[in-house]
Ligand binder design. Sequence first.
Ligand SMILES: C[S@@+](CC[C@H](N)C(=O)[O-])C[C@H]1O[C@@H](n2cnc3c(N)ncnc32)[C@H](O)[C@@H]1O
Length: 218
Amino acid sequence: MTAQHHGRRAPERRTPGGTPLAEYGRFFRTALRSPTTVGAATPTSQVVGRTVAQVVPRSGAPVVVELGPGTGSLSGAIHHRLPGAGRHIGIELDEGLVRHLRTNYPRMETVHADARDLRGVLDRLGVEAADVIVTSIPWSLLPENAQGDILRQCHEALTPAGVFTALTYLPMQHTPTGRRFGTRLHSDFDEVLTHVTWRNLPPILHYTCRRPLVTNER
Ligand SMILES: C[S@@+](CC[C@H](N)C(=O)[O-])C[C@H]1O[C@@H](n2cnc3c(N)ncnc32)[C@H](O)[C@@H]1O
């Protein structure tokens, strides 16, 4: 596991790889190679990115963790709002995408790791807690134990006032794993808001969760 961090205010390109088409191509090739890990054929739209990024504080020194940044389609919008003293840590499983992110999003501390090791990654980077966790890993395709493990880690890594966001495809909320995910969020957080972005194919269901609950079942 390694991380790269090249300063706080490096300019970011909104279309990594040169053009949106190149980004789509890279994403699609990765999805063909690892369909269940990527869980999508194309990156999410910029409209989704702008909506997700609204949870990023615009002042102070917030720590924003992004699980599964892929080709970086949400990362540019996050950087657009993140103050200079903030940190953006991306945890990505696919090695090729990690290289791509390090080249195109130098401000993000991109770590090649599994989201299941979130706590270990934060410890190695000297980060006590995250203010925001943005996730677009394929929650609805994960086996129950992996889904539970990653959610537990997110829950435990957040500050008490922290925000957790998850993106899923709207139709997936009707699958057993999608339903299980929604139920779990409601038992883990005091507030769970949902929002649909229709300008994405397929439409995206956003979960925005605040005030992690402390339970005895962990
Ligand atoms: C649906 S794509 C989302 C990519 C991008 N954030 C977007 O919105 O277009 C899911 C991404 O999560 C990554 N991923 C899947 N499981 C992961 C895990 N356990 N840990 C870290 N990354 C993971 C995949 O490699 C892929 O890049």
